[in-house]
Design a protein around this ligand. Structure first.
Ligand SMILES: Cc1cc2nc3c(=O)[nH]c(=O)nc-3n(C[C@H](O)[C@H](O)[C@H](O)COP(=O)(O)OP(=O)(O)OC[C@H]3O[C@@H](n4cnc5c(N)ncnc54)[C@H](O)[C@@H]3O)c2cc1C
Length: 421
């Protein structure tokens, strides 16, 4: 394919979450003829259940660059995308006394700063003075990332989908698809009758390229086409409590839980269950242990909430809270799979973007852009690892053969961020 042909390619994107919608939009603005397939509504799965923390505080160079580009785009969308807003808010990483990970924090912050991120170590007492709503006397060390913020994740998906439709993307919701075989004409999809997975379904026209951004369903979808990827879903949890909170976003690294301001009060979460989950059959309600654990963390971290005269309710069974569970996806090395899965073919046509380890929403603006540019480059014959390639080598799906067995690691944990490159 010539560059011009590639830019006008027909591309199917499977998955109407943050990654799929961004990819579809970015492909269309580059001239591709795009159809987006979503088995439910837009943001029906993980992107509709995410907490909306957005930050660029990464120690690893590729992650820092992806985080920075995403924040840059979120800020630009805040100015230009109706229905979407980015609320700037500092992000505090707090490590308690006695936590063995505390020693690694100064070097981790130094690496973030080396990558141009606006992050600084802060003395716990000074942190408490800056943010009086936080309790800091039990902390050993803390850092503040200034370039962070939060949003409502489904609003991003819907707003960008509307813009994508304006750019010509055909959006087919309530349309579950399976991958068809590759032919000389390209790769068609089978549209399944909803609720009847074994039905033969109807066949779509062949596409020059198919991008699978199907979140927790990515592995099973690709397996149907004979492609094996080690992308394993696991369950995480969050809740919203009615408790006035206007402080910073906080990641309590010792408790491995986070909180942020929310229009209805305060959002807190994690509650990772580090075991594989079935995306078609997992518990969507939060567990009691999670509610109790996270209430304890929030009460311990906030200077105000939890006093007897406080109406927050966190210590009294969360009467005002709504709590839920959703799925994240793990990979053997904690990095996502972004790129062609048939790269050994001269001209790859099947691409994947999945395995975010809890950071897929905040990386979607940068990753969608990489996938759009990467797909068009691959169709034009640019080698994945060539000097002109937009793909990110560290995210190459080809680094795995799909048979790897591995432990699911908690995505935000400090230990996964303090490892040396
Ligand atoms: C409680 C919770 C809190 C989180 N907090 C954060 C956070 O603060 N920040 C952050 O960055 N990340 C967070 N995450 C992770 C984040 O939600 C995901 O990484 C991100 O949403 C992944 O986006 P996606 O587009 O890849 O997947 P999804 O949003 O899951 O989209 C995939 C879509 O594909 C569709 N699909 C699947 N199979 C098919 C098929 N056969 N045909 C058609 N469509 C199909 C699904 O219906 C789904 O809509 C959180 C997750 C949870 C559960």
């Amino acid at each position: 394919m010539t560059d011009a042909d590639a830019a006008a390619a027909t591309v199917a994107v499977v998955g109407g979450g943050a990654v799929g919608v961004t990819t579809a939009h970015d492909l269309a603005v580059r001239g591709a003829d795009v159809t987006l397939y979503e088995r439910g509504e837009l943001a029906a799965a993980s992107s509709g259940r995410a907490a909306g923390l957005l930050y660029d505080a990464y120690a690893e160079d590729v992650d820092a660059a992806v985080g920075a580009r995403s924040i840059e785009r979120f800020r630009a969308f805040d100015r230009s995308l109706p229905g979407f807003s980015f609320s700037p808010c500092p992000y505090v990483i707090a490590v308690r006394e006695g936590d063995p990970d505390a020693d690694a924090v100064p070097a981790m912050v130094e690496r973030m700063r080396d990558h141009g991120r606006d992050v600084a170590l802060v003395d716990p007492a000074a942190l408490g003075e800056r943010f009086p709503s936080l309790r800091t006397d039990d902390l050993d060390v803390a850092a503040v990332a200034e370039g962070a913020g939060w949003t409502d994740p489904p609003s991003y998906v819907r707003a960008l989908a509307e813009r994508a439709a304006g750019e010509g993307v055909a959006i087919e919701t309530e349309t579950a698809v399976a991958l068809g075989p590759r032919t000389d004409a390209g790769r068609a999809l089978r549209v399944r009758d909803v609720g009847v997975d074994e039905s033969p379904g109807t066949e779509t026209p062949a596409f020059d390229a198919v991008v699978v951004a199907a979140g927790a369903h990515t592995r099973s979808l690709l397996a149907d086409a004979g492609v094996s990827v080690p992308v394993v879903p696991y369950r995480v949890q969050a809740l919203v409590a009615r408790s006035d909170y206007a402080g910073p976003m906080v990641y309590d690294a010792t408790a491995e839980a986070y909180l942020r301001p929310h229009p209805e009060g305060l959002l807190a979460g994690d509650g990772t269950e580090p075991v594989p989950a079935d995306p078609d059959d997992y518990r969507r309600e939060a567990d009691d242990w999670f509610r109790e654990d996270v209430a304890g963390v929030v009460n311990g971290r906030l200077a105000r909430v939890g006093r007897p005269d406080d109406a927050g309710g966190l210590e009294s069974g969360l009467p005002d809270a709504r709590a839920w569970a959703g799925l994240c996806t793990a990979t053997p090395d904690g990095d996502p799979l972004v790129g062609p899965v048939d790269a050994e073919d001269e001209a790859p046509t099947l691409f994947v973007a999945a395995g975010w380890q809890g950071h897929g929403f905040m990386r979607a603006p940068a990753v969608g852009e990489v996938v759009a540019e990467g797909v068009l480059a691959s169709l034009a014959g640019v080698a994945f690892d060539g000097p002109e390639s937009p793909w990110i080598g560290a995210f190459d799906p080809g680094r795995f053969d799909g048979t790897e067995s591995f432990e699911i690691a908690e995505g935000m944990s400090l230990s996964s961020r303090t490892e040396e490159e």
